[in-house]
Structures are given as structure tokens and as C-alpha cells.
Design a protein around this ligand. Structure first.
Ligand SMILES: Cc1cc2nc3c(=O)[nH]c(=O)nc-3n(C[C@H](O)[C@H](O)[C@H](O)COP(=O)(O)O)c2cc1C
Length: 264
């Protein structure tokens, strides 16, 4: 079994959602092996899994009109799958899925969490789902074209910085001046997590030895659970703490809270 890797931390800052791929450029053998290894080895929760498909047919993101949504030319993809009988499945999918995303980023590959605009039927013909399982999201994986599409520029603030709400608007609890070093690093990393429509629905309550993640924004879900976004932020948060030498444990909580990270 593979554990959370501090090697994923630098990818938090360099990752951006990418939508245009070099279709003709295959992913190198070493990167392919590593991605298969992470998807099969990093299984922190029994109720979720990430499948890496490196030879998909053309119609995952492309339909008869050329493309589904806005993803073009992806040579491979990740499928994020969860067991619907687990009430905490959504955040677990976010957490485990983001590990594969950050690993891809470290390997120089582009990704983009995609919730709606893909051909789910084509994916399900490649990935067999158990009775209780549901396909939650996918992500293209591949080398990206140099040129950013218009949407990429808009979504990413024209490539220059992460478009995120200011940190104080998402953190409560102890005043910033008394946050331990690990906690500041943790919430800063969590703030950079991707979320559907960049809605950043999370709140973080910092206490002496813990950080509680909760759903702050109660607007419409647009068919994507805000707890999924929070799960992505949880992996970032844990990596931010880990890089400061602090590891901890997650305790699942009832809605609208998601989970609490407590220093070990
Ligand atoms: C759960 C989830 C679903 C998403 N769905 C889509 C999607 O369907 N299409 C798309 O183009 N981007 C999608 N995104 C990407 C977000 O728009 C993007 O993460 C956000 O704008 C922040 O930009 P960044 O990832 O470059 O930091 C999704 C992101 C998440 C986390």
C-alpha cells in the first residue's frame, strides 16, 4: 500500500486545469508505469478508486461534432469512482482523485477534473462498475499544447496566478497571528485546490492541534457535490502540514462539516 507522498506538494502550486492536449504525443513508458502504480497503490479508502486508462477510444471527450464540452485531444484519462453506500464517498473521491492529479502534474502532464461534459457511456464501456459504484468525474491526462485556450485563460486568470478568494475569507477559529507554522502551510495549500466552477465552497476552522473542513457556501450544487471539492482541499491541506513535518489523522464529520484533521 502506498502512503501520501510529500513529493506531491510542489505540484499544488504548478497545477492548473488544462483543456487542450497534444493528441499525437504518447505518454512515456515511465510516466505510464508511475500513474498505474499510484492509481492501484494509493487506496486510502476502500469505497473509492481511480482508474487510469491510457488507450481510450476517441469519443470520451469528442462527439460527432468534434468535442464534448471543451476538452480536446486527450490521449489518456482518469476515471474517479465511488461506492454510493458510503455517506463520505464524495470527499473521499476528491481526496484520492487529487493524488492522481498531482502525480500527473509532477510528471509534466496536464489534467482537468471534469464533472459533466464527457461521454459517460463510453467510459463505462471501458471501466466496469459494481452495483453500488458510480462514476463521479473524469480527467484528461496528457501533454498539453503550448497555447492556452480562451477558456483556460479565463478560468486561470490568464495563466499568471491562481484565481482564489483571499485566505482570511475562508479561515475561522484562532487568529492568524497565533496559527502554528504547519496550520498556515496547510490552509495555504488547501486554498489552491481546484473546485467545480472555481466556487471554492470550503471553510477551514483552525484550532490548536486541528483543522476542521466544512462546506461554507450553500448555493446550488450544479450536479457536483461541494463535498467533492472539499475532499480535494483535504489532500492539499494534509500535504501542506506534511511538508512542515506534521502528520495527522482525518475524522469524518456530519454535514455541513466534512472532516477534522488532528495532529498525531
Ligand atoms: C469537481 C470538479 C469538476 C470540474 N468540472 C469541470 C468541467 O466539467 N469542465 C471544465 O472545463 N472544468 C471543470 N473543472 C475545473 C474547474 O473549472 C477549475 O478547477 C477551476 O476553475 C480552478 O482552476 P484551476 O484548476 O486551473 O486552478 C472542475 C473542477 C472540479 C474540482
Amino acid at each position: 500500500m502506498m502512503h501520501i507522498s510529500p513529493g506531491w506538494y510542489p505540484a499544488i502550486n504548478s497545477r492548473r486545469s488544462r483543456r487542450n492536449y497534444e493528441k499525437g504525443r504518447p505518454i512515456g513508458a515511465e510516466a505510464l508505469n508511475r500513474l498505474h502504480e499510484v492509481c492501484s497503490g494509493f487506496r486510502p479508502y476502500g469505497s473509492v478508486r481511480v482508474e487510469f486508462i491510457d488507450e481510450p477510444p476517441d469519443d470520451i471527450f469528442a462527439n460527432a461534432l468534434g468535442f464534448y464540452g471543451n476538452i480536446k485531444g486527450a490521449p489518456a484519462f482518469l476515471a474517479f469512482i465511488g461506492d454510493t453506500s458510503d455517506p463520505h464517498m464524495q470527499e473521499k473521491v476528491g481526496y484520492a482523485g487529487e493524488a492522481a492529479v498531482l502525480e500527473s502534474t509532477s510528471l509534466g502532464l496536464g489534467t482537468c477534473w471534469v464533472a459533466l461534459t464527457y461521454n459517460a457511456r463510453a467510459v463505462k464501456s471501458l471501466v466496469k462498475l459494481d452495483k453500488e459504484e458510480k462514476l463521479i468525474c473524469v480527467s484528461p491526462v496528457g501533454y498539453t499544447t503550448e497555447q492556452w485556450s480562451f477558456e483556460e485563460k479565463v478560468f486561470s486568470g490568464f495563466g499568471s496566478n491562481h484565481q482564489r478568494k483571499p485566505l482570511p475569507s475562508m479561515v475561522s477559529g484562532q487568529p492568524e497571528t497565533s496559527w502554528p507554522v504547519w496550520a498556515k502551510s496547510a490552509v495555504e495549500a488547501a486554498r489552491l485546490a481546484p473546485s467545480a466552477m472555481n466556487r471554492q465552497p470550503w471553510g477551514f476552522r483552525v484550532e490548536e492541534r486541528s483543522i476542521t473542513v466544512y462546506v461554507k457556501d450553500r448555493g446550488p450544487e450544479f450536479n457536483v457535490a461541494r463535498r467533492l471539492d472539499c475532499g480535494i482541499a483535504m489532500l492539499h491541506l494534509e500535504l501542506g502540514a506534511l511538508i512542515r513535518g506534521v502528520s495527522g489523522e482525518w475524522e469524518p464529520l456530519k454535514q455541513p462539516q466534512v472532516a477534522r484533521f488532528t495532529v498525531r
